[in-house]
Design a protein around this ligand. Structure first.
Ligand code: 1DX
Length: 190
């Protein structure tokens, strides 16, 4: 994955915990690189090791780390130069989710090593939709929970997301039920 992902993990740990905690995690994950470069590709294994090490140092499950990280990613990328990319992608939660593949396509033009996941929405109505998530990577479903909750914060929308199908349990792909309600009906409703 692009270094931007590892940098986001680093920033999440440094801001929520401390520089010292980050050094501990980095050491445990056996990361020799001094600093991650956003636009450089890194093996997925580096990210996996960071999540496992963070889970040991912070005494949280890997799923909890991924969940928190998904939420953090939405804020982090918005502040890291990708706010406009996000702004362009939709004015409310369901529209944003519907357009996620286009967002990844735009990023992929500039960064060809991107291995984007694919998101599909169906059964969308005023207050709920079914979200289908396809990825080449395994084990990232807990992150999707956080990503969608992060989008809820971004659009000031109450979100209730639960996983309804799991690839880990033999399903063809991960599937989620997403319920939402804009807190201010003049923002983020269609
Ligand atoms: F709901 O499933 C909201 O490296 C969502 O495989 C979901 O393959 C927002 F410059 C620049 C760059 C860089 C910008 F090249 C990425 F470095 C991408 C910014 C997406 C904002 C996907 C990150 C593939 C890296 C799923 C988890 C991975 C998608 C991560 C979240 C908006 C993004 O993101 C999987 C890679 C961006 C960039 C967004 C992702 C790779 C998402 C979301 N993905 C790199």
């Amino acid at each position: 994955m692009y270094g931007l992902v590892n940098k986001a993990i680093e920033e999440m740990v440094r801001s929520h915990f401390s520089d010292d905690t980050w050094e501990q995690i980095k050491q445990k994950a056996e990361i020799k690189t001094e600093a991650f470069v956003s636009m450089e590709g890194y093996p997925d294994d580096v990210t996996h090791r960071l999540v496992v090490a963070a889970s040991e140092v912070l005494e949280l499950s890997p799923a909890e780390i991924m969940h928190a990280f998904g939420k953090y990613w939405v804020k982090f990328t918005a502040n890291e130069g990708y706010g406009e990319l996000m702004d362009m992608n939709g004015d409310d939660l369901p529209e944003f989710l519907e357009n996620l593949d286009d967002l990844h396509a735009r990023v992929g033009v500039m960064f060809p090593k991107l291995q984007p996941p694919s998101f599909d929405c169906d059964d969308a109505d005023e207050d709920a939709l079914t979200l289908h998530y396809h990825s080449e990577r395994e084990g990232l479903a807990p992150m999707v929970l956080g990503l969608v909750e992060g989008l809820g914060e971004r659009f000031e929308t109450e979100v209730d997301i639960s996983q309804t199908q799991s690839r880990e349990e033999g399903a063809d792909h991960d599937q989620f039920s997403v319920k939402y309600k804009a807190k201010c009906p003049f923002h983020g409703s269609r």
